[in-house]
Each structure stands twice: as C-alpha cells, then as structure tokens.
Design a protein around this ligand. Sequence first.
Ligand code: DC
Length: 229
Amino acid sequence: MRAKGIIIAIDGPAGVGKSSIGEMLAFKLNYKFLSTGKMYRALAWKAGEIGLDLSNEAEIMNLANDIKWDFKSDENTLIKIIVDGIAMNSQITDEKVGKATSAIAKLPQVRKFMCAAQREIGADGGIVLEGRDIGSNVFPDAELKIYLDASPCERARRRVKQLAEQNLEADYEQIFSLILKRDKQDAERKYNPLKKSDNYHYMDSTKLNREEVVNEIFKLVVHIVPNVL
Ligand code: DC
C-alpha cells in the first residue's frame, strides 16, 4: 500500500463523465482528484496565448519547461492547475482550446513531460486520476483501473443537455460528429493511445446515472481496501 491509499485510474473517451464521476468518487473517499486532460489543456491554452506553432515540439517543450506549474488541492480534494499564477478554469474548456489540445497531446515529448508530472503528483496514492492513458502508461501499477465508456449517441445527448443547462446553443449532429472525431484521434494516436485492455474494469455507463457509476466503483474500492472510510 502507498502512503496515502490506492491509485484509482479512470480512462475512457471524451464526454463520458470521467471528471464528474472521478470528482464525486474522490470526495466520497476523501482522496485527491486530478483531471489530466486539464494539464494538456493548460499547456495548449498558454501556447495559444503566445501564438506558438502547435506542431513545433521544441517550442512547445520550451514553454512546458518555462511555465511555473502549481498543482494545489483545495479543501474539496480537487487538484487545481495553476499556470504562472493563473488558475485554469473556464478559459481552457472551449472548443478552440480542445482542438489545440488534441494537437499537442500527440507530441511524444509533451506526453513524457505530463506523465512525469502526473507520476510525481500521484505517487503517494490516495488519488483518483482521469484521462486516456492513466492505467496503461502513467500508473500501469494502479491498484484499480476503470475504463468508463458510453455510446457516442449518449455522450452527445449528455453534452447537449449540459450546454442547454448553461443556456448555450447546442447542435446535436455537430456535437455527435465532434465526439466521433475525438474518439478516432484518441484511439489512433501513435503515443499512448486510448485503448481498452483486460486489466481494466470495463464499465458501460450508457444506461447508468453518475451516482450509480460512483457506487459501482466504490464497491470495487472497498473490495481492495475494506477499511477505506
Ligand atoms: O479529457 P479532456 O477533453 O479534457 O482532454 C483534452 C485532450 O487531452 C484530449 O484531446 C485528450 C487529451 N488527453 C490525453 O491525450 N491524455 C490524457 N491523459 C488526458 C487527455
């Protein structure tokens, strides 16, 4: 056992709810929570701010090394990503940053950099990390690995609902095709692609709500650490 508990890796495609489920689970366990996608997004956002060429790996790596990164967990266990003193929030969630993020997430040196940072953050355990390659690459020795899935139609439907709740316009067909495109990019990436494998607990959440998914994962945690609470 690690100093602060086990490592829970949640991987899966875009829009499946890994962040909200990971956060709820971490809260329930009093564990830390890290969204690794936010780290890639933060770097892409900063590269955009300075106007770097997103395919120039050397430039992007200089930036990654120059940034003063802070990973601070607040009282709700959520690890905040702070880039040169600026907390990363809504500025990294839009589609433009999402697209730039896919471009830099392909670069092998960027992946190595993020992987090293994530290992440092999570090494003591007592943490839930979500992403695409957590169980396969960052922490292949994680005590619990979940592959969270849902059909592309259901993921698009959830996204439309989420946007509508924020009074934002949402076109189902457009969102659906974007989801298919992201799935393809994640699966076909040369370095650390998203892939299902036998050492993951596969969970299809198409017909489950968040609480049901969190409870299912919680049961698996208790199986590994009976005295977790
Ligand atoms: O989960 P998200 O949408 O915030 O992820 C943003 C992008 O980062 C997406 O293109 C996938 C990529 N990503 C990755 O390659 N590896 C991770 N561990 C997390 C995210």
